[in-house]
Structure formats: structure tokens, C-alpha cells
Design a binder for this molecule. Structure first.
Ligand SMILES: [Fe+2]
Length: 180
């Protein structure tokens, strides 16, 4: 019996059937592209989580004449950021990969340094400066993921990164304005 010839290149990751019988992922994005996008999103999630924690840290530890306005401003920002983390992690899952979810992974994957001691950052200007830098770092990572997702035709990730860029660029502007 002659075998049928196929010119289509099978996507092993997409066509794989799991041991438990669940079908492989075949959403119209190759396994390689899904991996690249998920990898970028893991970096984005780690940056976003680190910035979220830093913003919450500063909400708790802010002192001085600017206490009330910055305490509230930071609260608004970290609350919005916290809710967005879930969407990013779940996008990684929808692409077929595991989302990082431990401090060790976030530290390894993030481009934003943590703020371990507060003695040096007790000045509100230093806190605001660090949050400007952090929001800008998140934007740079989001732009990279957006470009990768756009090339692969992954519209939901493009949409998510566009929304996050809108928020983090706005945060950076508002924080930067405090220092001008
Ligand atoms: Fe609070």
C-alpha cells in the first residue's frame, strides 16, 4: 500500500497527543512560536510582578510630607497591576506552557532589581524614581513580546501587551511628572 505524501511540516508540539488522551494544542500558531511568545510573557510576568511588589512595598513604607498623596497613588497602581498579573499568567497557560509563580523564578527572569532595604529608599523622590525606571522596564519588555506575538499572528497577546503598555507608559509619565 502506497503511503500518502504530505508537504505539510508537522508541528510535533501541536500534534502531540498526551498520554491521558487529551489532544495537542492546534490553535494556528506553531509550537516554536508559542514557545517564543510564552518565554517572552514569562519575562514580562516577572517584570510586572516585581514592579507590583515594589509599588506595594512603597505604599507601605512611604513617609514624609507627600505621604497621603503617594500612599494613595501607589495603591491605585499596585491594585491595577495585581489584577493584570492573572491575565498574563493565563495567556501563557493558553499557549501551552507553565507560568512562573515563585519568587526564585521571578528574580531569575526579571529585568527589574528588587528593593530589599528601605533605609536608602526612605526618601519619596527615590521611591518615585525607582517606580519610573520600573514602569519603563516593563514597557521595554512588553514591546519585545508584542513584536514576537505580532509576527506570529497572536492577536490576543498583542492586545494584552498593548493594554499593558498603555497603563505602564501612563504610570511612568505620572510618576515622572512628580520629579519635574
Ligand atoms: Fe494599604
Amino acid at each position: 500500500m502506497a503511503k500518502k505524501k504530505s508537504t505539510a511540516k508537522p508541528d510535533k508540539a501541536a500534534n502531540a497527543v498526551h498520554a491521558d488522551g487529551a489532544p495537542g494544542i492546534d490553535i494556528g500558531i506553531s509550537g516554536g512560536d508559542r514557545r517564543k511568545i510564552a518565554d517572552g510573557l514569562a519575562h514580562f510576568l516577572s517584570d510586572a510582578f516585581t514592579l507590583y511588589l515594589k509599588t506595594h512595598n512603597f505604599h507601605w513604607n512611604i513617609t514624609g510630607a507627600m505621604f497621603n498623596s503617594l500612599h494613595l497613588m501607589f495603591e491605585g497602581q499596585y491594585t491595577e497591576q495585581w489584577n493584570a498579573l492573572d491575565e498574563t499568567a493565563e495567556r501563557i497557560r493558553a499557549l501551552g506552557f507553565n507560568a512562573p509563580g515563585s519568587y526564585a523564578e521571578f528574580i531569575r527572569l526579571s529585568s527589574i532589581p528588587e528593593e530589599p532595604g528601605l533605609a536608602d529608599a526612605a526618601d519619596w523622590r527615590e521611591m518615585v524614581r525607582q517606580l519610573v525606571v520600573g514602569n519603563e522596564a516593563v514597557c521595554r519588555t512588553a514591546r519585545k513580546v508584542l513584536a514576537t506575538a505580532d509576527k506570529a499572528g497572536d492577536d490576543p497577546t498583542v492586545d494584552l501587551m498593548t493594554q499593558r503598555l498603555n497603563i505602564h507608559e501612563k504610570n511612568a509619565w505620572m510618576l515622572r511628572s512628580l520629579l519635574q
